[in-house]
Design a protein around this ligand. Structure first.
Ligand code: SF4
Length: 449
């Protein structure tokens, strides 16, 4: 006898903000999917829409509020979660019709709210556990969140107020998740947290058994074990503490990608002090030099803030000179923007907008020149490239593709544009001869094998 199943309720998801929020969205969707819910790619088909908000900057909050407004206008049945959940009153004042508001990481609450808003019809056939987790990133790379929260109190940041102090995941749980992701097709693991170098401090770096041997809750041990899974492992949000020196040999050994994302934010001692930045010490340049001596190919990515309150022209010039010395591979920059609730807002001597803009342009010109010179030095070399997208064949049947070298994280760094790729698929890692370079990207062709 055929059984006609009642249709599963459909959930739509709007995910805003950083990769950490994206991972939260994936977790929520995975749980809902295992509870039997279906996903809707658009507002019209959804029984309820989840908006996972970001509250990091005032501009992000405004974007979150606009997304909530759009979801209400298009669908009407909206649940809000994520960082802005801390400000339930603001949300309810503007959108009284919102069905529920839950905060960041309140997975059970948000899933409970969906069950209430769009109850599952009673059917044992709908409550299937999917084979693998739902992912919002392409199948071949995955973000791996190793901890929540942060013990630092940078004066421009409200993350600790929103997400609390550092809470690390157990290393065996992280490794199990990573192993599952690799088995499901992930070729690149992107390790994320607020401070990856602090991983395990709250667990006192205790040991857990993993594959018959103990593994410490420590960045070095975790990186080494992740490196054995056979995927690229990329470390994000690392601070240059002395113990980070110990992951550099893992890069030289090929276990972890020769890449570190270190959000320096500034270089001038006065500004770093006012920012209350961790690992704020004068010997960073020395440390960069010693890392490059061990692993010459290491790519350092960073972000900087210009126009922080009290930043003088001399401070800014110090940063430019520091960048000349540091020769960072990839740099992102922001003009300082006060975030409601951040301690930095009450600092004296705000920098006028026009000065911020002028410094931003100077910083970008400097870092673009450094990047162009570093990329030009790669022309003629053969680099491993992971394929992200493959184009359609042209009239001659030739196909191009877009990929990334080991020095490029997805979304934030440059790309490698390939010609005449033949038969490749997203996630393939192939040797590529680099033929040309510009300020941010490389151009190449698959190397003759
Ligand atoms: S390290 Fe500083 S900027 Fe990063 S999350 Fe912690 S407090 Fe915020």
């Amino acid at each position: 006898m055929e059984i006609t199943l009642p249709p599963a309720p459909k959930v739509g998801m709007v995910s805003l903000g950083c990769p950490k929020n994206l991972v939260d969205s994936e977790r929520i969707l995975t749980k809902l999917r295992s509870d039997g819910y279906a996903m809707s790619p658009d507002y019209a088909g959804a029984d309820v829409v989840l908006v996972n908000t970001c509250g990091f900057l005032d501009s992000a909050k405004e974007e979150s509020l606009e997304a909530i407004g759009e979801a209400i206008a298009e669908n009407g049945r909206v649940i809000v979660t994520g960082c802005m959940g801390q400000e339930a009153e603001t949300i309810r004042a503007r959108f009284p019709q919102v069905l529920a508001v839950t905060g960041a990481h309140q997975y059970e609450q948000v899933v409970g709210a969906v069950h209430e808003a769009a109850p599952m019809p009673a059917s044992p056939y709908l409550n299937l556990v999917p084979d693998r987790d739902l992912k919002l990133t392409p199948r071949h790379y995955s973000y791996l969140k190793i901890s929540e929260g942060c013990n630092h109190r940078c004066s421009f940041c409200i993350i600790p107020a929103l997400r609390g102090d550092l809470v690390s995941r157990r290393p065996d749980a992280i490794l199990r998740e990573a192993e599952k992701l690799v088995a499901a097709g992930t070729r690149e693991l992107l390790v994320i947290s607020q401070d990856t170098s602090a991983y395990g401090l709250d667990l006192k770096h205790a040991e857990w058994p993993w594959k018959g041997a103990p593994v410490r809750a420590h960045m070095t041990d975790l990186a080494r074990e992740l490196g054995k899974l056979g995927a690229w492992v990329r470390l994000h949000y690392v601070y240059p503490y002395p113990h980070v020196d110990r992951v550099i040999p893992l890069m030289a050994e090929g276990l972890v990608l020769p890449y570190l994302d270190i959000p320096f934010q500034h270089a001038a001692p006065n500004v770093l002090r006012a920012m209350k930045r961790p690992a704020n010490e004068a010997r960073v340049l020395e440390r960069l030099r010693s890392w490059r001596a061990i692993c010459p190919d290491i790519a350092i990515r960073s972000t900087f803030v210009v126009g922080f309150p009290g930043e003088t022209e001399a401070d800014f010039q110090y940063l430019l000179d520091w960048l000349d010395e540091a020769q960072l591979d990839r740099v992102g920059a922001f003009r300082f923007e006060p975030v409601a609730g951040a301690a930095a807002n009450s600092l004296p001597d705000p920098v006028p907008e026009s000065v911020k803009e002028e410094r931003y342009q100077r910083l970008m010109a400097k870092t673009a020149a450094i990047s162009a010179a570093k990329l030009a030095a790669r022309v003629g070399r053969v680099l491993d490239v992971i394929i992200d997208e493959v184009g359609e064949p042209d009239e001659d049947g030739a196909r191009g593709a877009t990929g990334r070298s080991q020095a490029d994280a997805p979304e934030i760094d440059g790309a490698v544009y390939l010609r005449d790729v033949g038969d490749v698929a997203p996630g393939d890692i192939i040797p590529v001869t680099i033929e040309d370079a510009d300020e941010h990207d490389l151009y190449g062709v698959p190397a003759a094998r």
